[in-house]
Design a protein around this ligand. Structure first.
Ligand SMILES: [Zn+2]
Length: 251
């Protein structure tokens, strides 16, 4: 029952995350006006605004102007619902669950915005650092690990960005990435933040080489690093604790 409730809440919140991901980089209010078709500007009726169902019911097109609706909307909704259900099952009703859900929502929005706009808005990363730290006062990873995570995550990426800039004389990483890794550190602590950076770099290198090998991109047009940080943080938060136990047990 609790898990079903979580999944339904996830669908509704996923729908809201879509609104945030669409409007925040366009500097529009996220509460007003109500949702409209981006092309013909017609306001959506309630039954056109249902997560996933409306997408299927409308067969992925606006009812009046036939503008295709991006597959991104139902994907974000389904992903958020799955994340809510999975976290509810894994953590149970707890403060840690609330912390992890907020963290997951922030990652989903940052992923979507960075992918489309190559941008990681301060409006998410900066409050995220604060909220992650406040939660760490009462639950995992504890405030010391969180504080070290913020300084270590942000500082390490800042050093890498600075070194890259001095060597290549062009910007490889932005300050958005630095603030995002500081936020990740605040929520999951420094150990899992280091793991996040390793996973993100590995996946980023593999995807980057794949794009170069297939002639679809060069180093210059690499995918935004924030998308890999979001993936890496999700992997680290879910599989990280088990992996660290196993890894440290090897010595
Ligand atoms: Zn339309």
């Amino acid at each position: 029952m609790f898990i079903v409730l979580a999944a339904v809440s996830g669908l509704i919140i996923g729908s809201f995350l879509n609104v945030v991901a669409h409007r925040l980089p366009r500097r529009e209010s996220i509460v007003w006006p109500p949702s409209a078709c981006p092309r013909c500007r017609r306001k959506l009726a309630w039954y056109e605004n249902l997560p996933i169902l409306s997408y299927l019911g409308l067969r992925a097109r606006c009812r009046t102007c036939r503008q295709p609706i991006s597959i991104r909307y139902p994907i974000v909704e389904a992903l958020t619902a799955a994340m809510f259900a999975g976290a509810a099952w894994y953590y149970g009703p707890s403060i840690l669950l609330v912390s992890r859900l907020l963290f997951g929502c922030a990652l989903i929005v940052l992923f979507a915005i960075d992918l489309e706009h190559h941008l990681l808005p301060n409006a998410i990363t900066l409050p995220g650092i604060l909220i992650g730290f406040v939660f760490s006062l009462v639950t995992d990873p504890g405030w010391q690990a969180s504080l070290i995570g913020i300084v270590c995550g942000g500082g390490l990426l800042y050093a890498i960005a600075e070194a890259y800039y001095r060597i290549r004389h062009e910007e490889g990483l932005g300050m958005g990435d630095v603030k995002m890794l500081a936020m990740i550190g605040a929520f999951i602590g420094w150990q899992l933040t280091l793991l996040t950076l390793v996973v993100a770099s590995l996946v980023g290198s593999v995807v980057g080489m794949g794009l170069i090998a297939t002639g679809r991109g060069s180093m210059k047009y690499a995918l935004p690093f924030g998308t890999f940080l979001a993936l890496g943080a999700a992997v680290a938060a879910v599989l990280g604790p088990g992996f660290l136990d196993w890894y440290l047990g090897q010595f």
